[in-house]
Design a protein around this ligand. Structure first.
Ligand SMILES: Cc1ncc(C[n+]2csc(CCOP(=O)(O)OP(=O)(O)O)c2C)c(N)n1
Length: 648
């Protein structure tokens, strides 16, 4: 069946039995691909029947289908012409793991961050009305994403819009972990009410009276609406704010899904269809551990075990250190915006349930909540992924920084994240946080420095940002760190040769070739001096570079900046005065990060005849690929940097 499907029309051509077979084939295929490549699994297995039914009822791409977050769009991609390409999903040059308008007309809107679908769909619906067209516009949103403020803002607007818009609520009771909050509780009540199917016969009969072409009589529509309302508990939220509520319906029953979606097509105004699905459906191991299989690395299908054991990462080190600090300081609390596991807080929750707050996919709320707590003397620590901190920018400024409140903002997944691509790369946080008065901004070079910085931060008494990358520390070890002092950089001594065998191999493209590369320019660079300033996970990389340079008779001075703000002007300035030659290395955008800060320092301090070069990522959105691949493409791997250091 799978090979025959390339469009909505192909799905429409199938009978029910064939659609059910298709569902099983899609499931099997997704399981095979994700177990091989890694990616989002459980959410995709949960929407197989829903996606088939949507295509059976609607005409995509004429009808617009917006997937919230978009991590569950694999089935959609398969149905819309990307079955073979799925094998390279999330890989360099392959299709993306999220909807992309440049991949297919069927992807009508890019997503990646949560809770945007209803706003985008409402915008498309209003544009359609202005243009006098009559296509359907559909947002598919999970119950997790419905905890995000944007989704609630959009529902509020859509409810009274009188615009034809369909919101499909894909309710699996899960965000990444168990969903939380009042909305989730409310949905729970709806779930236990009479299901759509029990009375759908009467609705079906009424539907048959509605002509497919031409306007149905007002009387029929009124009766239909009344009949639909009988399905739901009185005074229910969605109806009260202006939506016609349909459901709940079994999200794994294609026939029932098609019935209710067809009905939604005939109801004017905003409609919400409540669909009950199971995360991980059809793969028992994922059904039992939906959070573990939300996003996964390659795994063995029989056992569910990862093909490579998970190495210790910065998030885990953060979580463990926070527990240690919380034992000695009872003011410390942790807040997560629905990312307990990803940010390393699972154990903290177990150990300090009363000091742990999962507040839903609501980064803005997380930060202002933290500000309120900090105002009253508590020390909130808030780990959020770099790209999701973008959501909370005004809250960081307006609620935390202006009031100078001691909130510890931990920016996880800072820098390149790899396979999740442009919506998830953490390239911008240094740039946007550097603008904010009152913020202290740090980045650790390794696990030990993260621990030290976290301890420093919870005791600082001021707003502070600590950014650290996805994954583990480099193989290049820094033997001993100096104590963290506000605004003080660390000078790293470079030893020759003996440490070469420890060099970071994961981020290095062909170190063997580097000797040759360097030899080419040896004459040009002999006896040169150079200041290398690096920050965060770029410091170990800089050590490898400095060692190489030293072997060639160059005299590098290596500075671990530690603080982007306040910058250690004194240390940096005195080194630059000695070398008159400086490079910066950072895993962020070239605008307003470390490189910019050093450029400003050179100008502001009137340092004359200084050669300067910044190694950072360009002013563009960086697509998916593995981190080493992307580093090489953007000239940020060890060999590219070595090759380009002295080209000015
Ligand atoms: C702004 C933002 N914060 C956090 C995330 C990380 N995230 C991706 S999917 C997800 C859970 C979504 O749950 P739900 O909408 O119910 O979809 P499901 O996976 O359960 O189908 C989260 C928290 C995100 N994508 N965007």
């Amino acid at each position: 069946m799978l090979e025959k499907i390339n469009s909505s029309q192909d799905v429409k051509n199938l009978n029910l039995k064939e659609k059910e077979i298709l569902a099983e084939e899609i499931r099997k295929y997704i399981l095979e691909v994700v177990s091989e490549n890694g990616g989002h699994l459980a959410s995709n297995l949960g929407v197989v029947e829903l996606t088939i039914a949507l295509n059976a009822v609607f005409d995509i791409p004429e009808d617009k289908l917006v997937w919230d977050v978009g991590h569950q769009s694999y089935v959609h991609k398969i149905i819309h012409g990307r079955r073979e390409e799925l094998k390279n999903i999330r890989k360099l040059g392959g299709i993306a793991g999220f909807p992309k308008t440049n991949e297919s007309e069927a992807d009508c809107f890019n997503t990646g961050h949560s809770s945007t679908s209803i706003s985008a769909a409402l915008g498309m619906a209003r544009a359609r009305d202005i243009k006098g067209k009559d296509n359907s516009v559909i947002a598919v949103i999970g119950d997790g994403a419905l905890t995000g403020g944007m989704a609630l803002e959009a529902l509020n607007d859509a409810g009274t819009s009188k615009t034809n818009i369909k919101v499909i609520l894909n309710d699996n009771e899960m965000s990444i972990s168990k969903n939380i909050g009042g909305m989730s509780r409310f949905l729970g009540k709806l779930r236990t009410k009479r299901t759509y199917t029990k009375s759908n016969n009467s609705i079906k009969r009424l539907m048959e009276k509605i002509p497919l072409i031409g306007k149905p009589s007002v009387k029929v529509i009124r009766r239909l609406k009344r009949s639909i309302k009988q399905l739901v508990i009185p005074k229910m939220y969605f109806e009260d704010i202006g939506f016609t509520y349909l459901g709940p319906v079994d999200g794994h029953n294609i026939e029932q899904l098609e019935d209710v979606l067809s009905l939604s097509k005939r109801v004017a105004g905003p409609v919400l269809v409540h669909v009950l699905t199971k995360k991980g459906k059809g793969y028992e191991i994922a059904e039992k551990n939906p959070d573990k299989f939300h996003a996964t690395s390659p795994f063995n299908i029989e056992t569910g075990e990862p093909k490579k054991p998970k190495a210790k990462d910065f998030s885990a080190v953060f979580g463990e250190k926070l527990i240690e600090l919380a034992h000695t300081n009872d003011k410390i609390v942790a807040i997560t915006a629905s990312m307990k596991d990803g940010t390393g807080l699972a154990k903290f929750k177990q150990e300090f349930p009363k000091r742990f707050f999962d507040i839903g996919i609501a980064e803005q709320h997380a930060i202002t909540l933290a500000a309120g707590m900090a105002k009253e003397g508590v020390i909130p620590v808030v780990p959020i992924y770099s790209s999701f901190y973008q959501r909370a920018y005004d809250q960081v400024i307006h609620d935390v920084a202006i009031q100078n409140l001691p909130v510890v903002m931990c920016v996880d997944r800072a820098g390149l994240v790899g396979a999740d691509g442009e919506t998830h790369q953490g390239m911008l946080d240094m740039a946007f946080f550097r603008l904010v008065p009152n913020l202290t901004i740090m980045a650790p070079a390794d696990f030990k420095e993260l621990e030290d910085m976290l301890e420093f931060a919870v005791n600082l008494g001021k707003p502070v940002v600590i950014r650290y990358p996805r994954g583990g520390e480099s193989n290049t070890k820094i033997e001993k760190h100096e104590k963290i002092e506000l605004g003080k950089a660390e000078i790293i001594e470079i030893r020759e040769k003996e440490e070469r065998r420890n060099q970071n191999t994961e981020n290095t493209r062909g170190l063997d070739g580097i000797n040759n590369l360097i030899k080419d320019s040896t004459e040009k660079i002999k006896n040169k001096k150079i200041t290398i300033i690096a920050i965060g996970n770029q410091v170990p990389k800089a050590i490898g570079i400095a060692q190489k340079l030293k072997e060639q008779g160059i005299q590098p001075e290596l500075i671990n900046a530690r603080f982007l703000k306040p910058l250690d002007t004194e240390t940096i300035k005195s080194s630059i005065l000695r070398t008159k030659n400086v490079i910066t290395i950072e895993d962020g955008t070239c605008i307003n990060g470390l490189g910019t800060a050093i450029k400003e320092l050179i100008v502001d301090e009137g340092l004359q005849n200084v050669k300067f070069k910044a190694f950072a990522y360009p002013d563009e959105y960086i697509k998916h690929g593995s981190v080493p691949e992307l580093e090489a493409i953007y000239g940020m791997d060890v060999s590219s940097i070595l090759n380009n250091i002295f080209d000015n």
